[in-house]
Design a protein. Sequence first.
Length: 203
Amino acid sequence: MTAENAPPLLDLQADPFDLFATWMREAEAHEPNDPNAMALATATPDGRPSVRTILLKGADRRGFVFYTNLESRKGEELEANPQAALLFHWKSLRRQIRIEGPVERVSDEEADRYFASRSRNSRLGAIASDQSRPLPDRAVFEHRIAEATARYEGQEPPRPPNWSGFRVIPQIIEFWQDRPYRMHDRATWTREGEGWDVTRLYP
């Protein structure tokens, strides 16, 4: 990248949700695999952090949604300490977005609707998996999948009670884009009541 073909600076008058949607559409057009992939950071109540890559499954003005086994490590940490941070990094576009805020559980209706949209095999896998728990042998998991397949033959696999979603309610959204000579463009939108306080940052 040269100074001549650098992207325009971030528009500090932009609505952050609209800007996120624009960047996501562009990522969907250019990223070859999982443009909705994001890093999710959680922490225990005493501040021990953990991070993993998951997939965004919903985004609107209420927040950013993902789904998981509630008894997984991230599920238990979010129940005990309902705060999270997200990071989208689109290497091919030289952009990233950071999001921080509290989390809330999605409604049962939302979770049911999304679970029903998944492939049958994915639903059976969710039923069979004790996500994040020790697995003594892969054959044990495959046997449990076979059992679930037989149990729900001819019917729709139901959403397990320990499987649902979380919504990150953004309090801070930071947009970052690459510019030549590491003179990157960064700005944060910080929620202030019903609006946003916008600040450009040094790179």
